[in-house]
Ligand binder design. Structure first.
Ligand code: AMP
Length: 238
């Protein structure tokens, strides 16, 4: 059975960075519903046109469409061989219940870890408010964490999405759904403190995930441990 992780966190919690490192360190396939939906739009399909309208309005796309995209991936030989990290899915209670049931019925998939990266709301808002976009290169900077070269400072802009009122709305939308989504995988939940330097976040991520998946009482064998996590298993002497 391949590994299946779910990453859940509010916008700007650093999930993208954790995900990048995890994908470098392991064989897991990244399944982001946001990316899959954007692919659908690029393909210009009928579904794509409907998706584009919903995404542009900042609304959630219909569950039938999203679940179908995920099923296709979970059934593909590549994902079945390599395992996956779900990013941006499940986002609602009914998506969560659907996935839990799909896993049971498939007799192939099981959710190994539901990882919540925790960051206080005020820190999330501060991270977004300090972020600047260079409209010429699309590079992202941060006034505190990643200052731009002085020569381009005057052309930087704040994205609408990053303005404090928008950011608070995005956070509250996430929080409204997060508790019920998490409840569907209650026995697989692990929490990581996302309010620390990125390297420490990733170290903690590996430690808690490894303990959950391969710790005492686990049925998973050592051959399913991705390379980076092997170090953590050795260090934590699980
Ligand atoms: P993301 O890239 O994860 O921020 O997603 C971008 C947009 O895609 C969201 O604002 C939604 O419109 C749509 N979307 C992504 N994932 C889902 C999902 N699980 N359910 C419904 N809509 C989604």
């Amino acid at each position: 059975m391949p590994l299946l992780f779910i990453l859940s966190s509010a916008p700007n919690s650093g999930k993208g960075t954790v995900c990048d490192r995890l994908l470098k360190d392991t064989q897991l396939v990244h399944l982001s519903t946001g990316d899959l939906l954007r692919d659908e739009i690029r393909r210009g399909s009928e579904t794509g046109a409907a998706v584009q309208r919903l995404m542009a309005a900042g609304r959630l796309v219909g569950e039938d469409i999203v679940n179908e995209l995920i099923v296709k991936k979970l059934q593909s030989p590549e994902v079945r061989a390599r395992g996956a990290v779900l990013d941006g899915f499940p986002r609602t209670e009914s998506q969560a219940l659907w996935l839990a049931e799909y896993c049971i019925n498939s007799k192939f998939w099981q959710v190994d870890a539901f990882v919540v990266i925790e960051v206080p709301d005020d820190v999330l808002v501060e991270r977004a408010a300090g972020r600047r976009l260079d409209p010429e290169t699309n590079n992202i900077y941060h006034i505190k964490y990643k200052p731009a070269p002085p020569a381009i400072a005057s052309r930087l802009v704040i994205r609408d999405d990053d303005k404090p009122d928008r950011q608070r709305l995005r956070i509250s939308t996430y929080r409204e759904n997060a508790a019920v989504v998490e409840a569907a995988f209650a026995d697989r939940v692990v929490r990581v403190n996302g309010n620390q330097p990125m390297a420490a976040v990733y170290d903690e991520f590996c430690r808690v995930v490894a303990a959950k998946v391969w710790g005492p009482g686990s049925t998973r064998g050592p051959s399913t441990v991705p390379p980076k996590m092997k170090q953590f298993l050795q260090r934590s002497k699980l």
